[in-house]
Ligand binder design. Structure first.
Ligand SMILES: Cc1ncc(COP(=O)(O)O)c(C=O)c1O
Length: 457
């Protein structure tokens, strides 16, 4: 039986005490030491971007340009050898027998449901707290999205609510491995098996994440991934792919992505046009060998945020995300929860300090205008609605510098007017706090379970 996320929220509750100084430690790193980028008197950098794709390009520029030249010289722009090679390389990296590329993550979701023969009127259970494409794939086939609530600690779909919402019309379950963390497959797989339902994993944000050593995308019947530029493995435009361990589904997907055509101009079924172009594949092949190192950098950045947050008395105001003990969390996003209805004010403060943030997602899908006819009401999915009001994503990209992270956390502490109670290294700052602080719950938990990122796909 799955445990309720609400019970576990207490594990991460964070508290606060009043304040004095708010000084991030020595700020000077590689991308933050030009004349314009020097820290101010308070130790803050003049700004931190939510993303900095240019830093990745600066390192790979020559290789990427050579790859683009190679494709242009070849005249093979759609599918072709680079796409085939990318599929083989991805299959090896993820440890899955079949990788089928396509034109976007959104198309991957649609193709997965088409391969499972989802029909008008069928029901598909998915979280409401996800990107729109998870649900639109369902409605584009005339099927009905049935939204399940989330676990308030992980923000991932709540298996208890999924089980509760299975009906005679349910034809598939679509967990989303949101923010880089695999959904609770220990609970979901038996639920799906007992009900005889396939699982479509929306793994758009979680390439290389694992669950007990197996890659997301290889746990259910089909996995759907995105190469959107902000993803952990991003192209220079749109792209996506599917994974499956099932030969029958792989065959269907290969047919469906090319208008159901095989051989040429003979159409066995009605598919769609969703082919990956060779330019994307060539660029992605340059990037793929770096993905593991970039993922490790994201994990280090997440650990550094956890450490930095523990230097401040922010527990009453901010809930910091935790590691996943059962698998590898790949940190596509580092999302904090802001208590007391102050998320938007904090975001405005950070924007004024030129610190980039984003809200994923401000309006849950069951409250979207285009789904009004489905009849969902405010209050139907309380944890989803609360997350939409309280969460805020901070910069977490691999090239992020420690000084930039110190600025982000220092600016948050500044907004809440709380002191730095610990120095880097862990000693409590006696002058700033009346009572020494225990390690926050999330750090204690991390120590107990250890780092769970040792598994490679
Ligand atoms: C969870 C999720 N599902 C699906 C998608 C759709 O991917 P794409 O933008 O490549 O269509 C995205 C990416 O934006 C996503 O984050």
């Amino acid at each position: 039986m799955a445990t309720s996320g609400r019970e576990r929220l207490g594990e991460l509750a964070i508290m606060i005490r009043p304040n004095t100084s708010i000084l991030p430690a020595n700020a000077s790193d590689k991308h933050a030491n030009s004349a314009d980028d020097r820290p101010d008197a308070g130790g803050f950098l003049p700004g931190v971007g939510l993303l900095a794709l240019d830093r990745q390009y600066a390192v790979l520029r020559e290789e990427i340009r050579a790859a683009l030249d190679r494709v242009c010289d070849s005249g093979r722009f759609v599918l072709g050898p680079d796409v085939a090679d990318l599929e083989v390389e991805l299959a090896r990296s993820l440890g899955v027998p079949h990788v089928i590329s396509c034109a976007s993550g959104s198309d991957a979701l649609l193709l997965a449901l088409m391969a499972l023969d989802i029909q008008p009127g069928d029901e598909v259970i998915l979280p409401s707290y996800t990107f729109f494409a998870t649900a639109s794939a369902v409605t584009r086939l005339g099927a009905v999205p049935i939204f399940a609530d989330i676990d308030p600690v992980t923000y991932l779909v709540d298996p208890v609510d999924v089980e509760r919402k299975i009906s005679k019309r349910t034809k598939a379950i679509m967990p989303v491995h949101l923010f880089g963390r695999t959904a609770d497959m220990d609970a979901l797989l038996p639920i799906a098996k007992a009900a005889g339902l396939p699982i479509v994993e929306d793994a758009a944000q979680s390439i290389l994440s694992t669950w007990h050593g197996r890659c997301s995308g290889s746990l259910g019947d089909v996995g759907c991934f995105s190469f959107y530029p902000t993803k952990n493995l991003g192209g220079i435009g749109d792209g996506g792919f599917l994974t499956t361990t099932r030969d029958d589904i792989a065959q269907s997907l290969k047919l469906l992505r090319v208008h159901g055509m095989e051989p040429r101009y003979y159409h066995q079924v009605v598919g769609i046009n969703s082919r990956l172009d060779s330019i994307q594949a060539a660029v992605l092949r340059v990037k793929l060998p770096h993905l593991d190192a970039w993922t490790t950098a994201r994990q280090s950045n997440a650990a550094r945020y956890m450490e930095l947050f523990s230097h401040y008395d922010l527990e009453e105001h901010v809930v910091v995300p935790g590691e996943e003990p059962r698998g590898r969390h790949v940190w596509n996003q580092f999302v904090i929860r802001v208590a007391g209805g102050r998320r938007d004010a904090l975001r405005a403060h950070l924007a004024a300090c030129k610190v980039g943030t984003e809200i994923y997602y401000p309006v849950p899908l069951h409250m979207q205008q285009c789904f009004a006819s489905l009849g969902w009401q405010k209050g139907d999915l309380p944890e989803t609605e609360r997350a939409a009001e309280e969460t805020l994503a901070l910069p977490i990209f691999p090239e992020l510098e420690p000084a930039e992270q110190r600025t982000v956390v220092g600016r948050i502490a500044e907004f809440f007017n709380v002191p730095q109670v610990r120095q880097p290294g862990g000693a409590a700052k006696q002058a700033d706090t009346a009572q020494p602080m225990d390690a926050p719950h999330f750090l204690r938990r991390m120590k107990a379970v250890g780092r769970a990122d040792d598994v490679r796909c």
